[in-house]
Design a protein around this ligand. Structure first.
Ligand SMILES: [Zn+2]
Length: 244
């Protein structure tokens, strides 16, 4: 493999060490997840370098013997200034970073596009974090092949009526009709279900243009996050604080 690699990437984690170096987790458009080190120069403020949730072009040095990556240069076109000033938006972006690592797919380009578009939308309007979170999560589930049609119960194959409340089966990790449900804690009201059906075939950017009232956003985000929690093999730390 070439030793110098130029790639577009998102900083999904950035941890400053006592030495001044940073341990950085990148999601690269071409290479997927990469752990890299950024060495800071003495006396130089490097707080803006490889800051979490920024994205742009990175020049990496790859040591094939050690299997390590070093960040030689970075040119971030996007820095998440507004996200970091808002608690809910910070937790939302942390959730994006966390689930990108948990639900890996081989389609790096698709994941990179969803992640960058979601961070940009969140930073542009931190007050609409729930809407961004919903559209991101719905695309994430679709990209992972786990989204359901929501018009039929996948367990008994019964068509659901337009005004029927959707329930959930923890054992099947899927939305189901009331008869097939094994929990009352996760439900989706008819209006909220219609939003997810309407945006099922849409890209993140298209779904963002569809209006959603704030009362509905709470119901949908709670439903989707519970769904994600039941299919995740690990606890999702950013959801445990109860901020989002
Ligand atoms: Zn059923």
């Amino acid at each position: 493999m070439e030793r110098n690699i130029k790639t577009q990437a998102v900083v999904i984690r950035s941890l400053k060490k006592d030495s001044g170096a940073k341990f950085v987790t990148l999601f690269s458009r071409d290479l997927g997840l990469i752990r890299a080190t950024l060495y800071g120069s003495a006396g130089k403020k490097s707080a803006s370098k490889a800051s979490q949730f920024s994205y742009g072009e990175f020049l990496l040095y790859h040591n094939p013997v050690k299997g390590s990556y070093t960040i030689s240069e970075e040119n971030c076109a996007f820095i998440a200034e507004n996200i970091k000033r808002d608690l809910s938006a910070t937790y939302t972006a942390s959730y994006f970073a966390e689930v990108i690592e948990i639900f890996k797919t081989d389609d790096y380009e698709q994941t990179y596009s969803l992640l960058t578009a979601s961070l940009k939308a969140l930073d542009t309007n931190v007050g609409s974090y729930r809407k961004v979170l919903i559209d991101f999560t719905w695309c994430l589930l679709k990209n992972n092949g786990v989204s359901a049609d929501l018009r039929y119960c996948p367990n008994c194959d019964r068509a659901l009526s337009r005004d029927e409340i959707l329930h959930y089966s923890s054992s099947l990790s899927s939305p189901v009709c009331q008869d097939c449900a094994d929990t009352d804690a996760i439900v989706l009201l008819p209006g909220a279900r219609r939003y997810l059906i309407y945006t099922l075939q849409m890209s993140f950017e298209e779904a963002q243009t569809v209006e959603l009232y704030s009362s509905g956003a709470g119901v949908i985000s709670s439903f989707l996050l519970n769904w994600v929690k039941t299919i995740s093999p690990y606890p999702i730390k950013s959801l445990q604080a109860g901020v989002i």
